[in-house]
Each structure stands twice: as C-alpha cells, then as structure tokens.
Design a protein around this ligand. Structure first.
Ligand code: FE2
Length: 318
C-alpha cells in the first residue's frame, strides 16, 4: 500500500505551474507556494526513487548483504553496510540537488526485519530532512514492512484505497501507480483495479508509471529471486503490455540494478539504498526527470567512486 508523508514545510515550485487538472490531486499542502517561508525551488517533474532502505531499530546495525545461502563470496571477502548511514547519505545527496525533486518514492522494504515500531521511528527520523525541505515522500509496503505499525507511527497519514491499498499520484507529466505486493502476491481485485486505471479512456494519453516492490518475473543475475507469484507476475506484465499508456514498471526486492525492456515496457529493477547481494554491486538511488515523451534516470551511488555513479539511462515512451 502507498503511504504518503507530506512535506513538513512548503517551498516554491519552479516551472510553469502546477495548475494542470491532474496535479490538483496532490493536495493543497504540497502545492502551496510560500515565498516568504522559503524560496528554495522544487521541480515537480523531478522524482527521487529509493527502494530497500532496510532501516533497523539500532542505527549502528551493520549487515553483510553478500552473505546469503549459496553466495559465491568467500567467507573473508563479504561486503556489508550500515543501513542508517546509507539512507542518511542518500537523503543528503537528494537535498544537494538543485532544484529539489518534488517527490521521493520508497518502493518497499523500509524496515530491516518485520516493520517494528523502533524501525519506523528510525526510518521517519532519517527521512525527516526530505519532508523538512518540502519533498513529499511516498512509501509502498514490502515484505519486511508492517503497514499497521507504520500507520501507528504516522496515524494522520493512514490512507486506504480499495481492499489492497493502492494509490495514484497525478503528476504534471505522468501518472504514478503504487501497488501492494505484500508477501509476493497482488490478488485478483488489485489486478482488476489496475486494469480499470489503465483502460480509463479519459486518461488514455497520460503516461503511466507503475511501482511495485516485488519483481514481476524471476531474476537470477546475482541472487535468484522468484518474485511475484508466477501467474500474477505474468498477468501484471500482460496488462502493461496491452495498454499502451503503461510506460514503465519499477520494482525493488532483488537488491540488484537493471534496466530492461519487455514488450515495449521499461522494466526498472531499482538498486537498493542499503545492502546489495552481489560483491561490488551499486547501491543508492535514482534521480528521475520526466518530460512529456520520456524519462531520464541518473544513478546516484552511495559511493560516488562507484563506476555506475552518474550513469544516465533514457527511457523513451512507446
Ligand atoms: Fe529488500
């Protein structure tokens, strides 16, 4: 389910305006301009994409991501990270952008274990600077999350739409759909709901970008991950292929990084903010810039010396 954390302050939006019909759905708090309060610029077409932050209740917690059953990495050659430190660095990197992105989407697995109170307390503490800067944060629930616990941590922000807790963000240049793939399943109702969204004639020319935590098809490049229940994964891909306004699917879960294309739809396997499963793999976030006809993704690694840092990928809409 998507959980939206509005900004804690208001900032001035750049670009023409956000008076387009769709953007009005974002809410007054986000759209308000308040030059007296703060004049830092926010770009409504720039979105920070994060996944798999895996914040622990203990900010000192360190995890060796390359240690998993069957890992080819030798015992004394494992690599790991401090997760709180990774998110803190990513947040600081996002805040160094000029203009700032209007939104940040955390595509599941905010927590390290099962979404405990302490884990969300830490997660919220770490992302607070984004909200303080006027950035709206959206969160989907991954397999390590617990939506009830998160609602408890932020009770005013509980939003439920449909039985499966899905959400739609109307942005100036695209529509973002946030899906629920808790425990690797989506459910028939959610797939029907997605079909309705995709086939809505009034929005047929609006590019749609879909976010789901689980990988929709098996990936085995680094650590084998089955992902979504096979039938549902195929059904999801089938829907996206069918409806031309579906342009890209973003997912996490694999802690890997890949940009692929399947049947005209861009498949973005988001790199994790935190630990990675393959030695030397990148971790960090994606800086996405939307236009009317495409999107560009720039890889921002926690380690700015990583060879993937700064690499750009152009996603042309079909
Ligand atoms: Fe994860």
């Amino acid at each position: 389910m998507p959980i939206t954390l509005p900004p804690l302050t208001r900032r001035r939006f750049i670009a023409s305006s956000l008076s387009t019909a769709g953007s009005a759905l974002l809410g007054q708090r986000l759209l308000a301009t308040s030059p007296d309060e703060d004049t830092a610029a926010i770009d409504p077409d720039r979105i920070a994409l994060l996944a798999d932050t895996h914040i622990d209740g203990d900010p000192k917690r360190f995890v060796y991501g390359t240690k998993w059953p069957g890992s080819p990495v030798k015992e004394d050659e494992h690599e790991g990270v401090n997760m709180a430190d990774c998110l803190d660095r990513v947040v600081r990197d996002i805040l160094a952008m000029d203009p700032l992105p209007a939104h940040a989407i955390v595509n599941g697995d905010c927590a390290r274990t099962s979404g405990t109170e302490k884990e969300y307390e830490e997660f919220l503490r770490l992302i607070k600077p984004l909200r303080d800067a006027g950035i709206t944060v959206h969160v989907t629930i991954g397999n390590h999350d617990n939506r009830k616990q998160l609602w408890q941590a932020v009770p005013d922000l509980k939003t439920v739409e449909s039985g499966r807790h899905v959400g739609v963000l109307q942005l100036p240049k695209a529509e973002v759909i946030l899906l629920d793939s808790e425990r690797g399943t989506m459910g028939a109702d959610q797939l029907s709901w997605l079909r309705e969204q995709l086939s809505d004639g009034e929005r047929r020319y609006v590019p749609m970008l879909v976010f789901v935590h689980y990988n929709p098809y098996p990936r085995s490049e680094v650590r084998p991950m089955k992902g979504l229940n096979g039938t549902e994964g195929e059904a999801l891909l089938g829907l996206l292929e069918e409806e031309r306004r579906a342009k890209a699917l973003f997912f996490g879960h694999t802690h890997d990084w890949a940009v692929e294309e399947r049947m005209g739809v861009h498949m973005i396997n988001q790199l994790p903010v935190s630990y990675y499963f393959g030695k030397g793999q990148p971790h960090g976030w994606l800086d996405m810039q939307l236009t009317d006809t495409d999107a560009s993704l720039q890889v921002r690694c926690v380690d700015p010396k990583h060879h993937q840092h700064g690499k750009s990928h152009a996603l042309r809409w079909r």
